[in-house]
Design a protein around this ligand. Structure first.
Ligand code: WTA
Length: 658
C-alpha cells in the first residue's frame, strides 16, 4: 500500500477516557443500535421518519444497484417515493413553534460587527432571496454558484436554493478567480452570488474582483448578485450594467412569500467540488432526503444538540463541514448556531475564546490543525476567558494526534467535555465514524466506532479484513443515505474512484487500523490527495498548474509532514534552459503562481529546483523517494531508479537549503 506521509503519531489503545458524570441532553434509545445492526435499510427509514418533516412520507427505504463500469446513474435511491423540502425542515417547521423568535444564527464579523437572525428572520430573508432568484430566471434544477465570505447571506442563499429546488454550488471564498471559473463552468451555473469582499486578518478579500476576472470566461452566467459586505465604498465596486445587481436592492423589491417547492427525495440539493487524484476537481452531487436524514440524525447523535445549546462549528460554508454542520444539520435541529467571519488570531490569539465566552458557546467543533496552532500559541490565550460554558468538543478534517487531543481536552474542555473525533468526507455527506458522547468510552486519537447504520471495515489489497492492529484500506460495505450520488458530469469517474476497487463496496481512500477493542484509528489518505490543514489538495492539480508556468519543464508535488498543518505541499521542479537566469527568484514566483491560480490553501511550503526528477526506468516519477528526501528519512530502495546520481544531487540540494 502506498503510505501516506502523514501517520498518526504513536497511536496507543491503552488510554481510555470515560466521563461518567457527563449527561446527554437528548435521549438515545438503546433500541436504535439493535435495529441498525439487524436491518440498516429499515433502520434508516425509521430515522428518516423521526428526524424529518415529510410532505409525503416515504414507504421505500433503499434501492441499490452497485455501480459498475459502463452502468449509468442512478445507482442508488433512498426514500424514493418521499417528498420534502430542506428549507421547510430547517426553517418553516421551527417558526410554527416557540422557536419562531429563537436565535438561529448569531454572527460576528471579523471587525466585531454582529448580527442575530432568529428563525423568523431567516424565514423572511430566505423567502425573499428565493423570489429574487426566481426573478433572475432560476428554477428547479438550475445551478447557482455562491462565492461569499462567512456571512449570514451564505446560509440564506443556500436555503433559498433549497426552497425552490435550485442546486447550489458553494465555492470557498479563499479560492482564486481561476478555481472559481472552472467550478462555474463545470456546473454551468446561470447565477453567481458574491460580495464586494470579506475580511481576513484585517485585510480585504477581493471577492467581486476575482469574480469579474472569472466571469470573463463563464458564458453560462447571466446574473451576478453582489452582497454589500461593506469592505469598500460601493462606488469602487464596478457593476456591469444588466448583469450585476446589488443584493440589498433586489431583496427590497422581492416578495416575502415563497412557498416551499415539494421535492422528491432524490432531487439534487447541491454540488460541492473537492480534490481528487487528477487535476480536475470533482463535483460531488448530494440529493435531498437522504442527505438531510444523514446530517440531521448525526447532529443529534454526535453533538447531542438540544434547545438550550449554543453551537459553534468554525468551518467555512465553502467546505462540506460548513454545509452539513454549520447550516443543514444544526438548523434542521432548530439549534442556535454561531458563525464567525474572520481569523482566529485577529485582533489577538484569543479571539475564538473571547467568542466562546461572549456567546456562552456550549458545543464547539473545529479542526486538529487549529488545535495544534492554539497549542503552539500556549494555553494563556484560553485562560484569558471563561470558557466554562463548553460541554462538548469536536474535531474533524484529519487525524488528531493524541497530544493535541489531550491539550484540547485539558485546556479547552477543562477535562469535563467529551471530544468527538468525527471521521467523514465530502462524499459521505455526514459523519460516519465518531463517538456517541455519553455512551462511547474515548481513546485519544481514535474516531472510535462507526455510527448506527454504517458498516465500516479495514481490508487488505485482496479484499479480506486485516487482523486487529494492522493497517489497511477503510471501506464502507453498504450504501448510506447521505452518500454522494455521482460526480457531476462524470459518472464513470465516480464508479472508478469509489466502487471499482472492491466491487459493490465504497473505497474511502483512507488508511486505517482497527484495534483489538474494535476502535478505528485513521491514518491518512492512501491516494495522491494531500490533507493540508484539513483541506484536500490534489498533488496532480498542483503539478498541472506548475507545469503551465513558462519556466517549468516538469513538476512533482508531494506532501511533507508538518507539526501544525498535518501536511504541507513540497514541489520539485525542473526548469527550462531558456529560463535558467531566473533561478534565484523562481521558488517564490512559483509559490505566488500557485496562490493566484488555485488559492492560498494550495501554496507550496517549499519549491526545489532540481536538474532532474528521479524516475523509474519506465519513466514514472518516484514520489515515495521525494517524500523520503523531503522528510529526511533514510532512503528506500532506489535500484529501480533510471539514474541513481539524481538522488545524490537531490539530497545535496535539500541539505543545502536547510
Ligand atoms: C480526512 C472533511 C482522520 C480523511 C469532513 C478524509 C479525517 C478527508 C477525519 C475528507 C478524522 C476527515 N480523522 N481523518 N476525524 N475527518 N479526515 O472531504 O483523510 O474535506 O478522507 O471532508 O479528510 O476531507 P473532506
Amino acid at each position: 500500500m502506498e503510505e501516506s506521509a502523514r501517520t498518526v503519531l504513536d497511536f496507543s489503545s491503552d488510554v481510555v477516557i470515560s466521563l461518567h458524570s457527563w449527561q446527554r441532553r437528548t435521549p438515545l434509545p438503546e433500541e436504535l443500535f439493535e435495529r441498525a445492526a439487524l436491518d440498516p435499510a429499515e433502520f434508516w427509514l425509521r430515522v428518516a421518519h423521526q428526524v424529518i418533516e415529510w410532505i409525503e412520507p416515504p414507504t421505500q427505504s433503499l434501492q441499490w444497484n452497485p455501480p459498475s463500469s459502463g452502468s449509468l446513474p442512478p445507482w442508488v435511491a433512498w426514500f424514493a417515493d418521499g417528498k420534502l423540502n430542506v428549507a421547510q425542515n430547517c426553517i418553516d417547521r421551527h417558526v410554527r413553534t416557540w422557536r419562531r423568535n429563537k436565535a438561529a444564527i448569531i454572527w460576528e464579523g471579523e471587525p466585531g460587527d454582529t448580527r442575530v437572525l432568529t428563525y423568523y428572520d431567516l424565514y423572511r430573508e430566505v423567502q425573499r432571496c428565493a423570489n429574487m432568484l426566481r426573478s433572475l430566471g432560476v428554477s428547479k434544477g438550475d445551478r447557482v454558484t455562491i462565492y461569499l465570505p462567512l456571512i449570514p447571506e451564505a446560509a440564506i442563499a443556500m436555503l433559498a436554493c433549497a426552497r425552490i429546488g435550485a442546486v447550489h454550488s458553494v465555492v470557498f471564498g479563499g479560492f482564486s478567480a481561476e478555481a472559481l471559473r472552472d467550478r462555474i463552468n463545470d456546473s454551468q451555473s446561470t447565477v453567481l452570488i458574491t460580495a464586494d469582499g470579506g475580511w481576513r486578518r484585517g485585510a480585504i478579500v477581493p471577492l467581486k474582483r476575482n469574480a469579474d476576472e472569472a466571469l470573463r470566461q463563464c458564458p453560462s452566467v447571466r446574473h451576478v448578485v453582489v452582497v454589500q459586505r461593506g469592505v469598500m465604498e460601493s462606488d469602487n465596486v464596478p457593476m456591469q450594467e444588466g448583469r450585476d445587481h446589488w443584493w440589498h436592492q433586489l431583496m427590497t423589491h422581492s416578495d416575502v412569500t415563497c412557498p416551499c417547492v415539494p421535492l422528491s427525495s432524490e432531487d439534487p440539493l447541491f454540488i460541492l467540488y473537492t480534490s481528487g487524484t487528477t487535476g480536475k476537481p470533482k463535483g460531488q452531487l448530494h440529493t435531498t432526503g437522504g442527505y438531510l436524514t444523514g446530517v440531521t440524525a448525526t447532529t443529534q447523535w454526535v453533538f447531542d444538540i438540544a434547545d438550550e445549546d449554543v453551537y459553534w462549528c468554525t468551518a467555512d460554508v465553502g467546505w462540506i463541514t460548513g454545509h452539513s454542520y454549520v447550516v443543514y444539520g444544526p438548523l434542521a435541529n432548530g439549534a442556535t448556531v454561531v458563525m464567525y467571519e474572520g481569523a482566529p488570531d485577529y485582533p489577538d490569539r484569543d479571539r475564538w475564546w473571547a467568542l466562546v465566552e461572549k456567546y456562552g458557546v456550549t458545543i464547539f467543533y473545529t479542526a486538529p490543525t487549529a488545535i495544534r496552532t492554539m497549542m503552539r500559541w500556549g494555553e494563556e490565550y484560553v485562560q484569558r476567558h471563561d470558557v466554562s460554558s463548553l460541554r462538548l468538543l469536536g474535531s474533524v478534517g484529519e487525524p488528531i494526534n493524541p497530544e493535541a487531543w489531550m491539550w484540547y481536552f485539558t485546556h479547552v474542555g477543562g477535562r469535563r467535555c467529551p471530544i468527538v473525533d468525527t471521521w467523514w468526507q465530502t462524499e459521505t455527506g455526514a459523519i460516519v465514524i465518531a463517538p456517541i458522547p455519553g455512551r462511547t468510552a474515548l481513546k485519544p486519537g481514535s474516531a472510535t466506532f462507526p455510527l448506527p447504520g454504517y458498516r465500516a471495515v479495514v481490508l487488505d489489497e485482496a479484499g479480506s479484513p486485516v487482523p486487529a492492529g494492522e493497517r489497511g484500506y477503510l471501506v464502507l460495505e453498504q450504501p448510506w443515505p447521505s452518500m454522494s450520488r455521482t460526480i457531476w458530469g462524470d459518472p464513470e469517474r465516480y464508479v472508478q474512484t469509489y466502487w471499482a476497487r472492491y466491487p459493490g463496496k465504497y473505497l474511502t481512500s483512507d488508511a486505517a487500523t482497527c484495534d483489538q477493542d474494535g476502535y478505528f484509528w485513521l491514518l491518512g489518505r492512501t491516494d495522491d490527495v494531500l490533507n493540508v490543514a484539513g483541506h484536500r489538495i490534489s498533488t496532480m492539480e498542483l503539478e498541472s498548474v506548475l507545469v503551465e508556468h513558462p519556466a517549468v519543464a516538469e513538476a512533482a508535488v508531494i506532501g511533507r509532514s508538518d507539526a501544525i498543518k498535518g501536511q504541507v505541499p513540497v514541489a520539485f521542479v525542473t526548469v527550462r534552459e531558456s529560463h535558467r537566469n531566473e533561478l534565484p527568484e523562481i521558488g517564490e514566483e512559483l509559490k505566488q503562481y500557485v496562490t493566484e491560480r488555485i488559492g492560498a490553501v494550495a501554496r507550496p511550503a517549499e519549491v526545489h529546483v532540481v536538474v532532474e526528477l528521479p524516475k523509474t526506468r519506465s519513466g514514472k516519477i518516484m514520489r515515495r523517494l521525494l517524500r523520503d528526501i523531503a522528510e529526511g528519512r533514510v532512503l528506500g530502495d532506489t535500484t529501480t531508479l533510471a539514474d541513481p546520481a539524481v538522488v545524490e544531487q537531490l539530497k545535496e540540494k535539500y541539505r543545502g537549503e536547510e
